[in-house]
Design a protein around this ligand. Structure first.
Ligand code: SAH
Length: 387
């Protein structure tokens, strides 16, 4: 099943490109086994059937070579040198073609690429998002200033080549930063977001909002998370680090109430919209730091029956976990894109009256070293008495 990639050495994105897929899965499972051996039972890794072109979000940096050629691709590992990448084995192929078209249009539209050293030039990055189930495509042009010359004609030329594009947005990033996106979005065409379907529900995803990059495996991951939550229809559920509300909204048919919390303003707006879009009436979403939000809930004596946690790579915080325990959930389902911080947080919650039962590694990122995992914990009933 191995394939060749002539960009791989410099790009470094697929560190395991030379390893057969079955072996990658074993290795990921092995890593999780090692980390969790004294914590809970480790279940078999959930791999992907066709592990190619799974990334629904593709971002390319742009640069000019010394001889004036415009290139686009990823940064060479650990540097800000752009490696020209025209095809990628894990990225969505439509997205790669669109980025190629943008590259080809720059010269005739006299759009200069941004130079990080001098600060001159306009185009910094292009980000493409594609709805796996809907086919909707959003193109985000990340510019150093809000003005794109002949913008309407540019959009027209782009859509002529790619009629599948449903929206084009300018994102203004005028800061000296290695972050791809700035704060401001200007919609040039379409609705300014894509929609995608996951587990029977439809979700709006704005340029700034987090959305899982591997939609096929996301359904596997969420399916397992919901199974582990063992919902009966009566539960009050907290979805912490909820993004655009995916997990909570997918669970909403099987619970009495969903409360979601998320730091990113645009994502919270998407979550609220997504609840309405799917006719979900029992879900509320709040903007804020998850730790502060949970602490405030605990201080008001609120309770929850099931808690979903899905933090970024750094994991959760002790403030969050202290408050989480005070809300008294019977079950905690913790989803993590970093097994190390998951194991660290499990060790912490275990000291507070919870037992970790099982962890499932899920391969969301084939050919790379990253591993996702979902773990279930439950409250130890007579824990206070036993102490
Ligand atoms: N559960 C969602 C999102 C998971 S990614 C999904 O499956 O799609 C993690 C999310 O945590 C991101 O949306 C990020 O914006 C959010 N986040 C990061 N730090 C946070 C914090 N301190 N409090 C609340 N949310 C945070």
């Amino acid at each position: 099943m191995e394939k060749n990639c002539r960009f791989s050495k410099k790009c470094g994105g697929c560190a395991w490109l030379d390893m057969p897929y079955e072996e990658q899965l074993k290795k990921k499972e092995g890593q999780v086994r090692k980390l969790f051996k004294d914590l809970c039972s480790v279940r078999p890794v959930l791999g992907m059937e066709h592990p190619w072109h799974y990334r629904n979000k593709v971002s390319a940096a742009f640069a000019r070579t010394r001889d004036g050629k415009i290139i686009s691709g990823t940064y060479e590992e650990g540097t800000h040198r752009v490696v020209p990448v025209e095809h990628c084995l894990i990225e969505d192929e439509t997205a790669d073609r669109i980025i190629g078209t943008v590259r080809g249009l720059l010269k005739s539209f006299r759009i200069r690429v941004y130079d990080e050293d001098t600060g001159y030039g306009l185009l910094r990055h292009v980000l493409v998002r594609r709805g796996f189930a809907t086919g909707q495509v959003l193109v985000v042009l990340v510019l150093a200033s809000p003005v794109l010359p002949s913008k309407n004609n540019f959009v027209k030329a782009l859509r002529k080549e790619h009629p599948e594009i449903t929206s084009v947005v300018i994102n203004v990033n005028d800061r000296k930063t290695s972050m791809v996106l700035g704060d401001r979005d200007i919609v040039l065409y379409g609705r300014g977001y894509i929609e995608d379907r996951l587990c029977g529900k439809t979700f709006r995803i704005s340029p700034q909002s987090f959305y899982q990059v591997n939609p096929v495996q996301t359904e596997v991951l969420y399916g397992k998370a919901l199974e582990l939550a063992a919902l009966t229809g009566r539960e009050r559920v907290v979805d912490a680090y909820c993004g655009i509300g995916t997990i909570g909204l997918i669970a909403s048919d099987r619970v009495s109430e969903v409360i979601g919390v998320e730091l990113n303003r645009q994502a919270v707006k998407d979550a609220i919209w997504n609840a309405r879009r799917n006719g979900v009436k029992n879900a509320r979403f709040f903007e804020g730091d998850a730790g502060e939000f949970m602490t405030a809930m605990a201080a008001e004596g609120e309770r929850t029956d099931v808690l979903f946690i899905d933090p970024p790579r750094a994991g959760s915080t002790e403030t969050f976990l202290d408050a989480a325990v005070r809300l008294g959930p019977e079950r905690i389902v913790y989803i993590s894109c970093n097994p190390e911080t998951l194991a660290r947080d499990l060790k912490y919650i275990r000291r507070k009256g919870y037992r970790a039962h099982e962890v499932w590694p899920v391969d969301m990122f084939p050919w790379t070293e990253s591993c996702e995992a979902v773990c279930m914990l439950s409250k130890i009933r007579d824990w206070q008495k036993r102490r």
